[in-house]
Design a protein around this ligand. Structure first.
Ligand SMILES: CCCCC/C=C\C/C=C\C/C=C\CCCCC(=O)SCCNC(=O)CCNC(=O)[C@H](O)C(C)(C)COP(=O)(O)OP(=O)(O)OC[C@H]1O[C@@H](n2cnc3c(N)ncnc32)[C@H](O)[C@@H]1OP(=O)(O)O
Ligand SMILES: Cc1cc2nc3c(=O)[nH]c(=O)nc-3n(C[C@H](O)[C@H](O)[C@H](O)COP(=O)(O)OP(=O)(O)OC[C@H]3O[C@@H](n4cnc5c(N)ncnc54)[C@H](O)[C@@H]3O)c2cc1C
Length: 616
């Protein structure tokens, strides 16, 4: 599988290169790569072993290395003359970066770094492509000068000979083993023993070690985390894509499959006529649209911030970090749970490999873990919200994506309930700010009682993650509302198209309202009648969107090769394709399976003989 994946990945990388040249000659815009990734996803359903090379290795060289280092390493990496990965996570540590054990000791006598993974737990473990594909990596290690720790640093390390691909002396590298998916990615392990690299192999755009061993600190230590921010932004787009693929499959299947009359004596309807089926499928279509728009926004913000960082302006890093965390978590959680809901919506056939929903799930699910485990990133955002609440209490302005927090903090109570979109959006934001306030009270009480900040974060963790989740909902719903209601190009839309978008906004806001009704009722008084009215509107908007469901998913424009699903094929010949796939199964090559003579027949005969004996 690994070699097949590499072959396909190389074919796709060539396609990527042509996309890049067509869309953005000489540029480094990731979008062609993403489009290439959709193609790659179809070509390599077991995952792309070059993903981390393209997403992290090449970018780290560009963004963390000096111009000279880019010339020496980055250009060759961008041109796929060398293939690398991003080796940060270890067998013993993934989340807690300050606990990473790999070390780089500076030897001023030879102007080299001596790299070691001192224990088994220090081995790099997980980096994509590390097992067999890569001959280089960015090796993330704790930097030591005269045995004094200086923090994390990144090193360009060659791990295999460029001609023979043999691991170099001092390198112990291999595959970490089968996973629940992405088995074409050859995630690997890497141990280094007294492995020497020249001083100039340490990426030094933001921090430097001078020949005499003097250390020049980075102006902002977190800029070394920037490669992770980029992938979090990519995950937001990538996982909204996976959800859109699954929604396309389930929608098409739901208008082909007929089952169970709704009225006695009537013919069996398409299953999408069942209201409960509409509630399983249509919200997922809308969620895919909502996150694709949010991810595009985030991508623009990333590009602007990356340019600013290149100019040593780090001012927008904190906001990008917070948004990248919140969107990476929200899209990976919601896409993973949404794809499973869509699989279940396809009944038994949803469980067949020929439907491809299981593989799409297996591609989407690890995003809840990699690039920052989701609950850890929620805690990260919770901490940032605590800092921002202190700013609110001090009457200071907040970053634009948190401005609603200041506005809501000035409200002494929630205004008269109207049930309008603005009202629903404000209710979610108001519940978020109420949760932030409660979390802050708990957190601050702990800090005031002499608990350390880290301990206070831990013991306030449930409230912090709740506040972070509601902040994510507020940001995503607010972005969708702006795009539908206040977009500058709204007048260019046909009235029919605008109506479909408004129906999607109605559904998204009501769905999020019901998902967080408990959180909202904690801070806002809403009557039973007002809630029942929203229930009726939910049923109504599902009915309104039902006729548009297929057209919206067709607009995602996934061809059959990318969907790779007998249930979601454009021509709708589901049963023929399921049967065609079944007949291709190796077990159907013979009428009598080999195991009959070897196992089944003796087993049945032995039982028959025993039965006869027991009668005698
Ligand atoms: C072919 C084309 C392909 C396209 C494919 C498309 C999509 C992509 C899909 C898939 C991708 C492919 C493969 C998957 C690759 C996966 C790769 C990896 O997993 S790499 C490893 C990832 N590891 C992590 O993410 C580690 C998580 N841990 C952390 O990030 C940190 O430890 C932490 C949890 C954030 C804690 O940080 P720290 O230890 O420094 O302590 P804190 O006190 O929390 O933070 C201090 C300070 O710094 C700020 N900060 C933290 N992080 C950042 C950041 N990233 N940016 C900016 N600022 C940051 C934090 O806010 C604090 O600030 P302050 O309070 O003001 O001091
Ligand atoms: C498919 C895949 C590809 C990957 N690719 C790469 C790669 O290319 N390069 C790379 O370097 N890494 C890669 N990784 C590793 C990935 O980045 C880590 O798995 C991830 O950062 C989580 O760290 P961990 O595995 O150590 O989990 P842990 O941090 O051990 O998490 C285990 C549990 O502990 C909890 N926990 C941990 N810290 C805290 C805390 N402070 N507060 C509360 N709870 C906490 C977590 O929430 C989680 O529930 C990949 C992983 C996967 C699955």
């Amino acid at each position: 599988m690994a070699s097949m994946s590499v072959k396909h990945a190389i074919a796709a990388a060539k396609k990527l290169r042509s996309l890049q040249e067509r869309f953005n000659p000489g540029g480094s815009d990731i979008y062609p790569a993403l489009m290439g990734d959709e193609a790659i996803t179809a070509l390599i359903p077991s995952g792309n072993p070059l993903s981390v090379h393209i997403l992290m290795f090449t970018r780290a060289l560009r963004e963390q290395g000096t111009d000279e280092q880019y010339e020496k390493f980055g250009r060759r990496a961008d041109n796929n003359e060398i293939i690398g990965t991003f080796a940060q996570t270890e067998l013993g540590h993934g989340t807690y970066l300050r606990g990473l054990e790999a070390r780089a000791d500076y030897d001023r006598g030879t102007e080299e770094f001596v790299l070691n993974t001192p224990k088994l737990s220090s081995y790099k473990w997980w980096p994509g492509g590390l097992g067999q594909t890569c001959n280089y990596c960015i090796f993330v290690a704790q930097l030591y000068i005269d045995n004094e720790a200086k923090g994390m640093a990144m090193f360009v390390v060659q791990i295999r000979d460029e001609e023979t691909h043999m691991p170099l002396p001092g390198v112990h590298v291999g595959e970490i083993g089968k996973k629940m998916g992405l088995n074409g990615v050859n995630n690997g392990f890497l141990g280094l023993k007294d492995y020497r690299v020249p001083r100039l192999n340490m990426l030094m755009r933001h921090q430097q070690v001078l020949p005499d061993g003097r250390f020049v600190k980075s102006p902002v230590s977190q800029v070394s985390y920037f490669p992770m921010v980029f992938v979090r932004c990519m995950v937001a787009r990538q996982n909204s894509n996976y959800l859109a693929q699954a929604a396309t499959i389930a929608t098409r299947y739901s208008v082909i499959r007929r089952q169970s009359p709704i009225e006695e004596g009537q013919p069996e309807p398409k299953i999408l006529e069942h209201l409960t089926q509409q509630m399983k499928v249509i919200p997922e279509i809308v969620t895919a649209v909502v996150y694709r728009l949010a991810a595009a926004n985030l991508q623009n913000m990333y590009n602007e911030t990356a340019e600013a960082v290149y100019r040593k302006d780090f001012s927008r890093l904190p906001e990008l970090h917070a948004l990248a965390c919140i969107l990476k978590v929200a899209t990976s959680y919601d896409s993973t749970y949404g794809i499973e809901r869509l699989r279940q919506a396809c009944g038994g056939h949803g469980y067949l490999t020929a439907g491809n929903l299981g593989n799409i799930f297996a591609m989407a699910a690890p995003a809840c873990t990699y690039e920052g485990e989701n609950s850890v990133l929620y805690l990260q955002v919770g901490k940032i919200l605590m800092k921002n609440w202190s700013q609110v209490l001090a009457g200071r302005e907040l970053m634009p994506s948190m401005a609603y927090i200041s506005e809501c903090s000035k409200m002494t109570s929630f205004p008269q309930w109207t049930g309008s979109w603005e009202c629903l959006l404000k209710a979610i934001q108001y519940a978020c700010v109420g949760s932030i306030r409660l979390a802050f009270q708990s957190y601050n009480a702990r800090v005031q009682s002499a608990q350390s900040q880290t301990a206070a974060v831990n013991y306030s963790g449930l409230e912090l993650t709740k506040a972070a989740e509601l902040h994510g909902r507020s940001y995503v719903a607010g972005n969708f509302y702006q795009q539908i209601v206040n977009s500058p190009n709204k007048h260019q839309r046909s009235p029919q198209f605008q109506k479909v978008l408004e129906n999607m906004l109605e559904l998204h806001l009501i769905q999020i309202f019901f998902r967080h009704l408990g959180d909202i009722l904690r801070f806002i008084r809403i009557t039973e009648d007002e809630i029942s009215a929203l229930q009726r509107r939910l049923e109504e908007v599902l009915k309104e969107l039902r006729p548009d469901a297929v057209a919206i998913t067709d607009a995602f424009d996934f061809n059959d090769k990318i969907l790779s699903s007998a249930l979601g094929c454009y021509d709708g010949n589901v049963y023929e394709r399921l049967f065609e796939a079944a007949l291709k199964h190796p077990l159907n090559r013979k009428s009598v399976p080999d195991f009959f003579e070897a196992h089944l027949k003796p087993f049945m005969k032995e039982n028959a003989d025993n039965a006869k004996k027991s009668k005698l």
